[in-house]
Design a protein around this ligand. Structure first.
Ligand code: SF4
Ligand code: SF4
Length: 321
């Protein structure tokens, strides 16, 4: 795989500093029931990396000490972590909003049949990747049969009230383009997804997050192999909107790896770019709120500011509209 970091570090990006920390995004490990070809952490059933139980305790301690408002849990399939339910329940007891980055197929894995009910009972926000509403495209990206099982997972969540604005149980979907282009208008695409999923499958959801592909990991390597890297970077840079800088997620979020080390965002974690201002660990958050620290930026950051903007919560609508 081509390492795109040297190319990205050669590109200037405006200086950024952290604002008030609200969100802890925790990667609890790389084990997954799927092994998608594009997976940026190369997760799969045989991966054994997992957050230690004492670090799960530390996550809860930090959430309470820093009075954070959101815990965003990711992996792998985070639900496979033995302490997933303890972490969710502990955060909810603290009154913290919990987001689960769910691959949908986990909901029908043997031994996890009650997972959807657990998520609903704890009012966990489900964020699920569904890169297309067409079966062939999803199966090509995520594996044969994944679309059908994803629809079954969505129906299971809908049956519990997820996706219905009256219940307060939030189900959001994530889209990213298949190739080196900017995502289309999130608003227009969301309307298409809603119409087609409802008409064909009877599925409802709350919001669609349209994310820009980052020129890192497998996608970045593919761009280099196809001699498209420079063109894609030029596209991102030409679409840069300074007004998106205010809303980039690294200003209010910190990303934690399964060993407890901190990064300004998930992408920096994947690039092994430590937190701006120096390497730091979850335990440092007990004493330091990170407020005002510089953010570690490089060329990939244009992926967050191009066009309508992109964050783990989708387009930076307020800045772009
Ligand atoms: S479901 Fe997600 S974490 Fe699992 S292999 Fe696919 S992309 Fe990776
Ligand atoms: S890539 Fe990460 S560090 Fe760069 S702007 Fe986006 S969220 Fe911030």
């Amino acid at each position: 795989m081509h390492d795109t970091l040297p190319r990205l570090e050669a590109i200037c990006f405006p200086d950024l500093r952290r604002g008030r920390l609200t969100t802890l995004q925790v990667n609890v490990g790389y084990r997954c029931n799927q092994s998608c070809v594009h997976c940026h952490v190369a997760a799969g059933p045989n991966r054994t990396e997992a957050m230690a139980p004492e670090l799960i305790d530390l996550v809860l301690e930090v959430l309470e000490r820093r009075r954070l408002s959101i815990l965003d849990i990711t992996g792998g399939a985070p639900e496979l972590h033995p302490a997933f339910r303890r972490l969710v329940a502990g955060a909810r007891e603290l009154g913290i909003k919990v987001m689960d980055r769910c691959n949908l197929t986990i909901l029908s894995e043997p031994g996890h049949e009650d997972l959807a009910s657990f998520l609903a009972a704890h009012e966990v926000e489900v964020v699920a990747s569904l890169p297309c509403y067409l079966e062939g495209n999803v199966d090509a990206q995520r594996g044969k049969g994944v679309f059908e099982r994803s629809i079954a997972g969505l129906r299971r969540l809908n049956a519990l009230g997820y996706g219905d604005p009256r219940t307060g149980l939030t189900l959001n979907l994530v889209f990213n383009p298949q190739g080196p282009s900017l995502p289309p208008s999130q608003t227009a695409l969301e309307a298409d997804y809603k119409r087609i999923l409802a008409e064909r499958y009877g599925v409802i959801f709350n919001e669609l997050f349209a994310l820009t592909n980052m020129p890192i990991q497998r996608f970045g390597s593919m761009l280099v192999s196809k001699h498209q890297f420079d063109d894609y970077m030029a596209l991102l840079q030409s679409a840069h909107r300074p007004e998106n800088l205010e809303g980039v997620m690294c200003r209010s979020l910190v990303s934690v790896d399964y060993e407890g080390f901190l990064y300004d965002c998930d992408f920096n974690q994947m690039l092994s770019l430590p937190l701006g201002g120096g390497r730091a660990h979850l335990r440092d958050l007990l004493a330091d709120d990170l407020d005002g620290r510089p953010i570690r930026v490089a060329g990939h950051c244009y992926g967050c500011t191009a066009g309508q903007g992109s964050s783990c919560g989708g387009a930076l609508k307020e800045a772009a509209e």
